[in-house]
Design a protein. Structure first.
Length: 439
């Protein structure tokens, strides 16, 4: 039991009363491991919250942050600039899809999402299409917690009780275990269903009323669901057909998760706007960003008098020199260690094989993978749905493994720097935990 006072910090997305009875405190991290208060190691198969892609406690990043703090800790980003922010922005463009060469920095994925929605709106207004105000999102989608993102949420618990914008329609969720169970990579079924729903929404609302579609290329918090084959290409095609912007929420899929720097590149589909955060600097200093097509920025600039800001929007900590310095150091690691592409090479293959070898575990009804992402779904059976996941999650933690429970889906996103033997340790601890709960 901890001797910390647990009363004062109201933790996010936490059952606080349960936590206070059974606190789980980490005190240290290194490489692919977190360390509990009792000293026990916990293999971090979630890369924190999908963010520590370069592994924990990288000295290069720590040194860069320290040096930057001593050189220039902060300067206001409104009407001023700093070298690290401009340098980081330029370096990032070496990895973005063609035509996307602008970034608007934020502090988080949630802010990136709301910023993206505002840019999309402003763009439509600037080009004389002010009637295009509606959005299309997707069931099971997660887009952060600000009011815009909450309105785009396809996860019911994250919407109920909160203020939301009403001008949103939802495509069907991509998880279809009845038809796609145990697919490796992109499953077969679902593109046609999405296209029908898309056309239905357009027919109902009118293309002239729709501003943008926002989707995660791979559904993350909704249970790690890769897109069916041809799905993203079809969404792009339909957006073009109806003159609707396409926003990829790459907060999870960015920075090497899929086997390319961004899922947009991985799937060969260029969105108009791309949100990002988390792994942008290895999860070390809060930072997010909205990547925008040059042409979208230009349209907004052309519409705005030269005497005023083109975008009345921004955060105090947008692109701070410290976050950008962390980003530059993280980028050096991503590039020099080949982390943007390792998920599509031998490591990704080994990960997929290890994951699919769990098929013989009791009550497993589906296993999914893409890049260095994975999910194992359990049949809730007679028990109320969503009761197994938390039990397996707790047993994993006790056995030295951090994975994530989304209902009865156990979801994984290891650091990209994970080794083969650590993937073996994951399999060992996961198997043991599941058997202890269900065996
Ligand atoms: C797809 C997606 N968008 C947005 C967010 C919100 O990011 P943040 O928690 O940094 O606000 C998340 C967080 O998990 C996410 O997965």
């Amino acid at each position: 039991m901890t001797d910390l006072n647990l009363e004062h910090w109201w933790q996010p997305f936490t059952n606080v009363r349960a936590f206070q009875k059974n606190p789980r405190i980490f005190t240290r991290a290194e490489g692919s491991f977190l360390f509990r208060e009792d000293g026990g190691d916990v293999l971090d198969i979630t890369a924190g919250l999908w963010c520590c892609n370069i592994g924990h406690a990288r000295k290069e990043v720590a040194d860069a942050v320290h040096a930057q703090l001593m050189e220039l800790d902060y300067a206001p980003p409104f009407q001023f600039g700093t070298p690290p922010a401009f340098q980081f922005a330029s370096r990032l463009m070496e990895h973005t899809p063609e035509g996307i060469n602008r970034i608007f920095f934020t502090n988080s994925g949630s802010e990136a999402v709301d910023t993206a929605l505002k840019i999309a709106h402003l763009y439509q207004f600037a080009r004389g299409k002010g009637s295009k105000t509606r959005f299309i999102s997707r069931e099971q989608g997660y887009h952060g917690v600000n009011v815009g993102g909450t309105s785009m949420q396809g996860l019911p618990t994250n919407r109920h009780g909160f203020p939301v914008l009403n001008e949103v329609d939802f495509l069907p969720g991509m998880l279809d275990i009845s038809r796609n169970a145990f697919s490796r990579g992109c499953p077969e079924h679902g593109t046609e269903r999405m296209a029908e729903a898309f056309e239905h929404i357009v027919a109902l609302r009118g293309a002239d009323s729709i501003c943008a579609v926002i989707i995660e290329p791979i559904s993350g918090a909704g249970g790690m669901v890769p897109p069916p084959r041809g799905y993203l290409q079809k969404v792009r095609e339909l957006c073009d057909k109806h003159d609707i912007l396409l926003i990829f929420d790459e907060v999870i899929t960015g920075f090497g998760r899929t086997g390319s720097a961004f899922a947009a590149t991985e799937f060969g589909v260029t969105p108009d706007i791309m949100t990002s955060a988390k792994a942008i600097n290895g999860g070390t200093v809060p930072m997010g960003g909205v990547f925008v097509k040059d042409s979208i920025q230009q349209t907004i600039f052309d519409h705005t008098p030269e005497t005023v800001p083109e975008f009345f929007h921004g955060n105090t900590y947008a692109g701070t020199p410290v976050a950008a310095a962390a980003g530059l150091a993280a980028l050096d690691i991503y590039e020099s260690e080949g982390l943007f592409t390792c998920a599509s090479g031998a490591k990704g293959e080994h990960w997929a094989n290890t994951l699919h070898a769990m098929k013989d575990l009791p009550s497993v009804i589906d296993i999914r993978n893409y890049g260095l992402l994975g999910a194992v779904s359990f049949d809730p059976g007679e028990a109320p749905a969503k009761s197994l996941g938390p039990k397996i999650h707790q047993r994993c933690y006790e056995n030295g493994l951090l994975c994530r429970a989304v209902g009865d889906h156990m979801v994984m996103s290891p650091p990209l720097s994970i080794t083969e033997s650590e993937i073996g340790l994951f399999a060992e601890r996961f198997r043991k935990s599941v058997l202890e709960v269900l065996g």
